[in-house]
Ligand binder design. Structure first.
Ligand SMILES: [Mg+2]
Length: 375
């Protein structure tokens, strides 16, 4: 099998409401879509959702890089995923979002060639065969101006049937405490609440906040400190009685290894847009598993197509315990056919397609063509 043609598209979708976090605001998705077509007529889809202030890339840089990556792998065997991803990851430092789009399209093709849903191609079982796992995503609440607005957002999440809330925190001083306490009081004791500071606290602020939130029965603290501050993450983990989850501090398997060696995290947040896709995401999970760390899987502004790839990976690796796959839930439009679905009757419950590959494709009328490369 060989790659005959690669098409590159732009995809723009607005969120229902902008998502504000400590280091930036996201109004919606400005994504890049990759369609790989083989000489046997198989099609593989991938999607990048760059988030400049975290991933260091943008739609514009992804488009330019996509042209180069397309020329790099055109005419080659898409089933040799390790060889293709070694070329792609060796071609450029950074640009993880677009590397993940190519990775995803290659896995989609390989699973289709094997006539398996991707989770099965990765060695996993269906959700029905793993009844002990609850396959539900949380829903994220961004920064609101007032505690009342934060509680109103929490009400919307719970009214939609979700049983897990991820709150964006990381404000200065102890401002976050009132927001989190109010949501805990409103939600009652049974709703899972995790807090994500997006690097917004320094070490003393993190200690003070986590101690002040100790009665609120939180699940974990995500990225409380700056990306690079492994030493203080380790110090914080020793100091407070709440698991610490690394997100922006872990892009790839090398970061995972360093975090483990530093004793700096209890959980690792895998995002395909940071790891450059499934190929490296599997390595991060393997390192975490060997070190006794659980993983979560998160997202940026992906549609249900890229979220399908993450959901298949989560199904295939039970060590991926926490799901944060809510970006497409916030979209005003849905450009995806098939793929991962949000259950309309049970908030947060995710259904993954048993169709071959990702089981998802794009409605091409919702994409803007950018470039086509053909052998
Ligand atoms: Mg995060």
């Amino acid at each position: 099998m060989q790659i005959d043609s690669i098409e590159i598209y732009k995809l723009k979708i607005r969120f229902k409401t902008p998502l504000k976090v400590s280091i930036g605001v996201t109004e919606g998705a400005e994504n890049v879509v990759i369609k790989i077509i083989t000489n046997t007529g198989l099609i593989g889809w991938g999607e990048a959702s760059p988030c400049a202030y975290i991933t260091g890339d943008t739609q514009a840089t992804n488009l330019v890089t996509a042209e180069q990556l397309a020329q790099l792998i055109l005419g080659k065997d898409p089933l040799a995923i390790d060889a293709r991803m070694t070329e792609i990851n060796g071609f450029i430092v950074g640009e993880p979002s677009i590397r993940s789009a190519f990775d995803m399209a290659l896995y989609d093709l390989a699973a289709k060639a094997a006539e398996m849903p991707l989770y099965q191609f990765l060695g996993g079982a269906s959700a029905a065969e793993q009844p002990e796992r609850e396959f539900r995503t949380d829903l994220t609440i961004g920064w609101q101006d007032t505690v009342e607005q934060t509680v109103a957002q929490a009400k919307e999440v719970l009214d939609a049937g979700f049983d897990a809330i991820k709150m964006k925190v990381g404000r200065s001083g102890l401002q976050d405490v009132a927001h989190v306490a109010a949501v805990r009081e409103f939600a009652g004791p049974d709703v899972a609440i995790k807090v994500d500071s997006n690097q917004g606290w320094d070490y003393p602020t993190a200690v003070a906040n986590i101690n002040a939130m100790a009665p609120l029965n939180l699940q974990y603290s995500e990225q409380p400190l700056a990306v690079w501050d492994f030493a203080n993450l380790a110090r914080l983990r020793d100091k407070v009685n709440l698991p610490i989850c690394a997100d922006e501090s872990v892009f790839d398997d090398k970061d995972a290894l360093k975090l483990v060696a530093a004793g700096a995290a209890d959980y690792l947040n895998i995002k395909l847009g940071k790891s450059g896709g499934i190929h490296t995401g599997l390595k991060i999970n393997a390192i975490a598993e060997a070190a006794g760390l659980k993983c979560m899987i998160g997202c940026f502004g992906e549609s249900r197509l890229a979220l399908s790839a993450s959901a298949h990976l989560a199904l295939a690796r039970p060590n991926i315990t926490f799901l944060d796959l809510d970006s497409a839930y916030m979209f005003i439009d849905d450009p995806v056919q098939g793929g991962m679905q949000y259950d309309k009757s049970v908030g947060g419950l995710i259904h993954v397609s048993d169709a071959p590959g990702l089981g998802a494709s794009f409605d091409e009328s919702m994409l803007e063509s950018y470039a086509v490369f053909t052998v």
